[in-house]
Design a protein around this ligand. Sequence first.
Ligand code: FAD
Ligand code: N01
Length: 543
Amino acid sequence: MTQSKKFDVAIVGAGFAGMYALHHFHSLGFSCQVFETADGVGGTWYWNRYPGARCDVDSLEYSYQFSDELQQEWNWSEKYAPQSEILEYANHVADRFDLRENIQFNTRIIAMHWNENSDSWVLESNLGENFNAKFVVMATGCLSKPHTPIFPGIESFTGTILHTSSWPHRPVSFVGKNVGIIGTGSSGVQSIPIIAEEAKSLTVFQRTPCYSIPARNRLMDKEYEEKVKASYSKFRQENAKLNAAISNNPNNQSAMEVDAEERLKTYEQRWQSGGLPFLAAFNDLNLNKESNNTAVDFIHRKIKETVKNPEVANSLCPDTVVGCKRLCVDTNYYETYNRENVKLVDVSATPIEEIINDGLRTSITKYNFDTLIFATGFDAMTGALLSIDIRGLDGQTLKDKWQDGPKNYLGLTINGFPNLFTITGPGSPSVLANMIVAIEQHVEWVGGCLSYLRENSLICIEASEEAEQTWVNRVNKISGKTLYTTGCNSWYLGANIPGKPRIFMPFLGYPNYVTECKRVAEETYEGFLLSPQASDPKPYAKT
Ligand code: FAD
Ligand code: N01
């Protein structure tokens, strides 16, 4: 039998989290190996190649800050960089920091079992290989397991089926095609206007309308770029003090504190400058339904002003709380419904019943097309983790442990699963923050923790049951005060996946979260069980 390869740290995933984890832990002297299903780096930006895919956090912020040289030398072409450029950036980082030699591509980790005799994890890949690691860092992504709803008859469809989150690597032409697209979340909203320009016809199947704010994307403002780069670290520090670690110019007033004219002016300014900062127009939009209604009314009015057909405009107006689902950011989304070749089909009351050979059938009508696009999102936050057969102490599976929803400590570690870390795990700010900022914070916290263990000859770290329960309560208590839990059915709640427990997963408030992580580390890892069992006398192989 061949000896399995051994590492200090195995890292699963080579998106921005896995890449930085590899670089950072290497710099601390740990031997590391990354395993990645894809044949390249970039994660989200490797997989989501659909037309119009781009970030909606300013590129000057949606990028790494760990290397000042990197952030100074890299130039983004637009305010919101397109997918191809973000992927180019990921590849540049991989080359610049010599990451590829420690990334095993085309390798899916299918199982991970804790071995109590050796105090280490045994990982198994889809290629039948086994690996041994003292620590495992899950960098598997929050939005990396695509969700495709099950419709009967799908196998009978004779045309092309695509999913936005596993888009082909070759160009896809829609010229002369009749296209159907299911889903109007961020991926649908970004791709629909571009596909509509090319296709013969586009039929959009909408179950729930979204709220979308114009991106006002533009070429990079060189003067602004220079200003940011002149004091980049200060700019980053200031952003980190904000709730989502994004420079959204928050207004500290309630929407109810100002009169109707002032409110309108504020919304109009935010609408004109565009993007996610719309939600920071007032400080209580996600707390107070009355305040939220004022933003809802404003957006409804904008939709009705833009979309010429009043019936279509009405169908596009959501009746839920704005910001409760991830806000969409678009270029010409609502305008697209004025095109002759675009049809909106509301499938909320008359759902899709089956896919047929040349289209689909709802409960009342048949629609024909030759290309079907799923823009139906992800099994978010827990999907990628639970796709792996993870077993901790006493063979307990993570699936069993999380059957009523994810439970962990700091969103980073799980009781019963020693030496396992989840980057941007549920229970951390993750998807409700600038994710690259959240990733760097997590990776650096884990790096500090591994170094502490090494310095103190400790082998195992595990969240205590009590700390975990207190943390879960805290996450729920914070979200329970907001409209996130009552205002809609979102993927933050797991509500998009049939059968998934309905629990609000992210931790709200990046700055408080960072303070707590720092405090826990300073209090010599309060809430953790640390143990010095030394089944391996030389556990740390220096690189
Ligand atoms: P990912 O990029 O998802 O990478 C995870 C990697 O793990 C993948 O490559 C996957 O193949 C691999 N993997 C998973 N399971 C296994 C396994 N079992 N074995 C081996 N490999 C595995 N966030 C923002 O903050 N701002 C934005 O503007 C923004 N835009 C987005 C746009 C799109 C279209 C999407 C889908 C998400 C966007 N996000 C945005 C969120 C985005 O996912 C994160 O910003 C970030 O890219 C996540 O990086 P990651 O490394 O944590 O995960
Ligand atoms: O997925 P979604 P996404 N029948 O879950 C519909 C990030 N992101 O890929 O709301 C009919 O938002 C579903 O309808 P409903 C960002 O964090 C960012 O678009 O469940 N319809 C919904 O309309 C984002 O939030 C960017 O009723 C069905 C859609 O499919 C996250 O990724 C770009 C259905 C899914 O929307 C996910 O976005 C892209 C069914 N059976 C992604 N099942 C940026 O702009 C599902 N739907 C930065």
